[in-house]
Design a protein around this ligand. Structure first.
Ligand code: PEP
Ligand code: MN
Length: 362
């Protein structure tokens, strides 16, 4: 073969490579567009039947010199790479930092949660029990400058024989107490059909750890115009928490506060194991505010101060602290709730060590 012919063939090969590149990328663009349509419809991206049809068509049209098996193999690689492209897109969730660089700030009354605002303190009892109990707690917390009052009315308890909460009566007591002391309130809702009704009473709707993957509840939470406090499931990964938040965001509600509340491990010294690294990871991966529940994560009062400091040091936008006027007789979580003095002591310690800035009245 002459040198000229050799060079000529190489030039042709280079040109064909360019053509393949162009065609491959054109194919990729089409795949991306199809992916977007599928995501809108919630259709699964990998479609094995469609893939088989495409391969069969290609093999039927193949005139060689490549054998059919090689054609199948090569195109399978192309399909795989295309699916990878769609996966990349999938990672760009609404709640993702990739989608929004700026922090989401969730505003509840005068309280701004996230975006570098002073840490939000969410305090109140595990359960709403009586009007007197709520008055006692709220009057104390409001004097401490706490703006967001918590209290459970629907309690997902391990035993069906334990106190289950006062239901809508509890929501009413919580809401009226919060108003009386110039506070806003948050409480857990466990049934999708209660979400809309709860908006009348609540400023923030909590989705508890045991319901983090109650997808119908998440969808319902996404359809209302109230901030949602979404707690990490007992055995949920960070990715699962983010996808749970995406369920809410995908329905149009981007006012979401993520909550690290400890996960199940073999460790028994604490009620759960506080996954402190989840805080900076969640804040890197998403633009949503992240708060730490220092009560349910630890289940013990004697380490509240160091745990609260740790949470704020890694960037938490707020803390949930269970507080009761008489923890010893509380109808749920008696062991872990701070009494009113202990609550004030903890806040003072945090203020004195510079962790609270102007979060609560100095
Ligand atoms: C609560 O905050 O009242 C509660 C039940 O917490 P969790 O869902 O995190 O267990
Ligand atoms: Mn509790």
């Amino acid at each position: 073969m002459s040198k000229e012919r050799f060079e000529e063939l190489r030039r042709q090969l280079d040109a064909v490579n360019q053509d393949i590149l162009e065609v491959l990328n054109r194919r990729a663009e089409l795949v991306q567009e199809i992916g977007q349509l599928k995501s809108g419809k919630g259709t699964e991206r990998f479609d094995p039947i469609r893939e088989k049809e495409m391969l069969d068509k290609l093999v039927a049209a193949n005139e060689g010199p490549f054998p059919n098996d090689t054609i199948r193999h090569l195109f399978k690689q192309i399909f795989q790479a295309s699916l990878g492209l769609q996966e990349e897109e999938k990672k760009s969730l609404l709640i993702s930092r990739k989608n929004q660089a700026a922090d989401t700030v969730v505003q509840v009354g005068n309280l701004k949660i996230g975006g570098g605002n002073a840490p939000a303190i969410i305090g109140g009892p595990c359960s709403v029990e009586t009007v007197d109990q709520m008055n006692a707690v709220a009057s104390h917390l409001s004097q401490e400058g706490v703006l967001l009052l918590r209290g459970g009315a629907y309690k997902p308890r391990t035993s069906p024989y334990d106190f289950q909460g006062l239901g809508v009566e509890g929501l009413k007591i919580l809401s009226e107490t919060a108003k009386k002391y110039g506070m806003t309130c948050v409480s857990e809702i466990v049934r999708p059909e209660d979400v809309e009704m709860s908006c009348e009473y609540l400023d923030v709707i909590q989705i508890g750890a045991r319901n983090m993957q109650n997808f119908e509840l998440l969808k319902e939470a996404g359809s209302v115009k109230k901030p949602i406090l979404l707690k990490r499931g007992l055995s949920a990964t960070i990715e699962e928490l983010l996808y749970a938040a995406e369920y809410i965001a995908s329905r149009g509600n981007s006012q979401i506060i993520l909550c690290e509340r400890g996960i199940r491990t073999y460790e028994k010294a604490t009620r759960n194991t506080l996954d402190i690294s989840a805080v900076p990871i969640l804040k890197q991966e998403s633009h949503l505010p992240v708060v730490v529940d220092i009560s349910h994560s630890t289940g013990r009062k004697d380490i509240m101060f160091p745990i609260a400091k740790a949470a704020l040091a890694v960037g938490a936008d707020g803390l949930i602290i269970e507080t009761h006027n008489e923890p010893a007789v509380a109808l749920s979580d008696a062991k872990q709730q701070l009494d009113l003095n202990q609550f004030s002591t903890l806040l003072n310690q945090l203020r004195e060590s510079g962790y609270l800035k102007d979060a609560v009245k100095a």
